[in-house]
Design a protein around this ligand. Structure first.
Ligand code: SAH
Length: 515
């Protein structure tokens, strides 16, 4: 690396794929976590943007055909300037950075300025968008090559498309940035000798929940696209392979294909539901609306832990959230408290979890809960615990500050010794970075519903979206408390039959799934 200044930053020119979050490469996903500053385009989907850790510096250089918010030269200058500050700069671009992404121009300046850089290829819309529309760009029977053409003007304002050559090739033609000139392109190909009935397709917002397509033939594809009011970003595909689209149309067959949901839990445990929904074909925007903060120092917890090993008889540890479980075990690790020390005394340690998600979190720590109530709520947990626990046992509740008061009365009534220890507090101050983007998406009806898994996530969301008419929100609620809170904000509510992630998934499938 001689010639490069010490301490120099570095730039990664990376592709983010065509929209579906899972088409992000492993490398770009890692760089999103590691970069100091992220410079991104308008084409990057909300599903991907909301993955960006909170403390990252962001620079939006949103650029769309016909609406150049930040000129290309300025973008290149920003990259150089940020790298010179010694930062790791991630330039996040739609699709692949070197396929009509002007990545070449950005690299030009970096090379000239001797800024270290890497190029991270991405999944390009040229092949991915047809694939999601059921169109293989090549096929042994009818297309032995495919050609990617831009419908955008060159630097001098001219568009040069060699229609006679394209028509002669006769294989698959993929046009990017061509929607505005669709009629002109079709006419050019027809005049160059292509048959009127050559299959053609236009695909809008490919790979995302908003994907729409029009399949027809070259002579009327423009008219059909207009009728369907196809908007950018869209790609045009011409060739026999378009005829496969209907029978190969797999995306719409996914149970939640075309659906988009928003989840609001804190990052550490939002992904389980999100993963399942994605598996069923939905796009899921994970946008935490609450934050949790560990209570530190925590003398009550220290005290409770110290005394636990000293006692004999039955001792219960009660967890009421997956976050509580992770805060507790992280705390043990940090204090270098060996789990054997906790369990090894003469006491018989029992563990209770409020619901299946909490029980699953405990399993990850190697503990299978002795008690999980059928119905997820604090009162029920208190009642069952009072019935199950030995009257002389000691119960330590490990949960959030200001947890539900309903848990305690049944235990007091049974005369059981209870200690309520707060491990963490919940702050209803979620991310505000994406409020504007989400507001737009909600207004356009692009988000089918918002999933809430606690009353605090409802409050956090309401606070985050202040000013937005919440009565328009379809709220999917895990249980009655959560629903009550959502109803307080006049949201349109649905509640899961069983208060668990399974219950939430069932509710979503029942309301939004195709049968
Ligand atoms: N570098 C990008 C292309 C940038 S040019 C890539 O490799 O995909 C922008 C054009 O790409 C758009 O005008 C549109 O033609 C196409 N495009 C990008 N994402 C798309 C999507 N999700 N659906 C349809 N077309 C898309």
């Amino acid at each position: 690396m001689s010639g490069y200044r010490e301490q120099a930053g570095k730039v990664w020119i990376a592709g983010a794929g065509p929209g579906d979050r899972e088409l992000l490469t492993v490398k770009t996903a890692r760089l999103i976590k590691e970069a100091d500053v992220i410079v991104y385009d308008a084409l990057i989907s909300a599903e991907i943007l909301t993955q960006i850790p909170e403390q990252k510096e962001l620079i939006h250089v949103g650029k769309r055909s016909g609406n150049h918010t930040v000129p290309q030269e300025e973008i290149s200058r920003i990259l150089v300037q940020e790298a010179k500050k010694g930062k790791k700069v991630l330039r996040l671009k739609g699709g692949d950075p070197f396929v009509f992404g002007r990545g070449g121009e950005e690299v030009e300046l970096l090379a000239k300025e001797q800024i270290p850089f890497e190029v991270v290829p991405g999944v390009t819309s040229c092949t991915a968008v047809p694939a999601y529309a059921g169109i293989p760009v090549t096929h042994r029977d009818c297309a032995s090559s495919f050609h990617v053409i831009t419908g955008h003007a060159q630097r001098d304002g001219e568009i040069r498309i060699d229609f006679p050559s394209l028509a002669r090739l006769g294989d698959t033609l993929v046009f990017l940035m061509g929607l505005a000139r669709l009629g002109w392109i079709a006419k050019g190909l027809l005049e160059a000798g292509m048959k009127k009935d050559t299959p053609a397709a236009v695909v809008e917002n490919g790979t995302t929940a908003k994907q729409r397509k029009v399949i027809s033939v070259l002579s009327d594809i423009e008219e059909k696209a207009k009728e369907a009011d196809i908007q950018t970003p869209a790609i045009i595909i011409v060739g026999e392979v378009c005829a496969f689209s209907e029978s190969f149309d797999w995306t719409v067959k996914r149970k939640l294909g075309g659906r988009q949901f928003l989840t609001t839990r804190p990052r550490q445990n939002s992904s389980r539901l999100a993963k399942r929904l994605r598996d069923l074909g939905a796009q899921v925007i994970e946008m935490p609306s609450i934050r949790t903060e560990e209570i530190l120092p925590n003398p009550r917890l220290e005290d409770a832990l110290a005394r636990m090993g000293e006692r004999s008889g039955e001792q219960w540890l009660v967890f009421t959230s997956p976050i509580g479980v992770s805060v507790f075990f992280d705390g043990l690790r940090r204090r270098k408290t060996d789990i054997r020390k906790l369990l090894g005394g003469s006491a018989v340690i029992k563990v209770a979890a409020i619901g299946s998600a909490t029980a699953a979190a405990l399993e990850e720590a190697g503990i299978f809960a002795d008690l999980v109530p059928e119905k997820y709520n604090a009162e029920e947990l208190g009642r069952i615990l009072a019935e199950t626990a030995d009257k002389n046992s000691h119960i330590t509740i490990l949960r959030a500050e200001a947890g539900s008061p309903m848990l305690l009365p049944p235990l007091y009534k049974a005369g059981i010794w209870v200690e309520d220890v707060a491990l963490y507090r919940t702050c209803t101050e979620g991310e505000s970075r994406w409020k504007e983007k989400l507001t737009e998406m909600l207004k356009r009806g692009e988000i089918d519903a918002v999933a809430f898994t606690s009353a605090s996530t409802v409050r956090g969301f309401a606070q985050m979206m202040e000013g937005f008419p919440l009565s328009q929100i379809h709220a999917l609620c895990i249980g009655e408390q959560t629903e009550k809170e959502a109803a307080n904000y006049h949201m349109q509510t649905e509640v899961a039959l069983k208060a668990s992630m399974d219950g939430m998934e069932k509710l979503i499938l029942q309301k939004y799934g195709i049968r």
